[in-house]
Every structure is written in C-alpha cells, then in structure tokens.
Design a protein around this ligand. Structure first.
Ligand code: HEM
Length: 156
C-alpha cells in the first residue's frame, strides 16, 4: 500500500521542525535579556515583549507540536515496527540511545514551558532574573541539541 507520508519525508520534516524549535529556544532568552536590561515601561521593553510573544506563538509552539508529532510518527513506524508483540518485548526492542534522547527531549520541552511561564511574568512587570542569567540560559538549548543530535545520528 502507498503511504501518504514516507519515513524519509517524516525524518526531513522532523528535522525542519527541530531547526525552528531549537532556534526559537536560542532566541527567546536573548529577548528576555533585552527586556531585563531595558527601562520599565519604555519603548524597548514593549517592543521586545511583543517580539517574544510572537516568537512563542508563531514559531515555538507550532514547532514543538510538529517536532513531537513527527518524532512520535518515526518512533511508531521505525523504532517500533510491530505493535502486536507483548508490551515488555516492545519496550526491550527500543534501542538504549533512544531512552537517553527521550530524557533530553523531555528536558528541552520542560525548558520551553519554563520560558513560556517566565515570559508571562516579564509581561506582568516581574523581573526575577538578571540579564546575565538570561544570556547564560540562552546557551542551554544548543548544548542539549548537540547531545540529542549525536545520540540520534551515532546511535551509540
Ligand atoms: C520531540 C520529541 C522527539 C521524538 C519523539 C523524536 C524521535 C525520533 C525518532 C523516533 C527518530 C528516528 C530515529 C532513526 O531514524 O534512527 C528521530 C530522528 C531524528 N531526530 Fe528526533 N525526536 C524528538 C526530538 C528531537 C530533537 C529535539 C532533536 C534535535 C535537537 C532531534 C534530532 C533528530 C535527528 C537529527 C534525527 C535523524 C537521525 C537519523 O536519521 O539518523 N529529535 N527522532
């Protein structure tokens, strides 16, 4: 039977969604750094709050959903090709590197949620962290992405 969406196309779309997701996660804390360094109620603060909100709504939320959707599709069609086996056999057949990747990806999703919550706090005028804190936080997704990509490609 012809498949509507093939494995390689799903892999490509998964990677495209991840490019958008990770680059959004790299940018958002930088916006927060600008907001934190700006004058409260000033023009820069308002412009950056708007940019951060748009980034979350237009790039980050859709790419998170698509990255997970294509990732789960790949998991279902490739890593676990036969769902008719007993559950413990299915779990045992999943390669070990994938569990490591899943933990990191859950961490990245949690980090995304944390950034969204912090964005709402910044919008309500609460500046709970320093500019330097947000600059350091913006490095985290890149470090996690390096580990995730190497796990997915080297399959150690
Ligand atoms: C959001 C949850 C995610 C799930 C459920 C998921 C799941 C998967 C699965 C099942 C594959 C197929 C594995 C294979 O072809 O050997 C895959 C491929 C891939 N994933 Fe993910 N993934 C997720 C997020 C990510 C993230 C955040 C990154 C990078 C930062 C990433 C990078 C990749 C890469 C580069 C491939 C292609 C590997 C290859 O073809 O050799 N994934 N993913």
């Amino acid at each position: 039977m012809e498949h509507v969406i093939g494995y390689d196309l799903a892999r490509g779309l998964h990677i495209i969604a991840i490019i958008a997701w990770v680059s959004g996660l790299l940018m958002l804390p930088r916006f927060y750094a600008y907001i934190t360094g700006s004058q409260a109620g000033g023009e820069l603060e308002q412009a950056m709050l708007k940019a951060a909100r748009s980034l979350r709504m237009i790039i980050l939320t859709p790419s998170l959903v698509l990255a997970w959707a294509f990732g789960i599709f790949l998991f279902a069609t490739y890593l676990v090709a036969d769902w008719s086996r007993p559950f413990p056999d299915i779990v045992a057949s999943v390669p070990h590197w994938f569990w490591g990747k899943l933990i990191l990806v859950l961490g990245l999703s949690g980090y995304h949620g944390f950034l969204s919550a912090e964005g709402r706090k910044l919008a309500s005028g609460q500046r709970r962290h320093s500019e330097r804190y947000w600059r350091l936080m913006s490095e985290i997704p890149f470090l996690v992405a390096i580990a995730v990509v190497l796990l997915a490609t080297l399959e150690p």
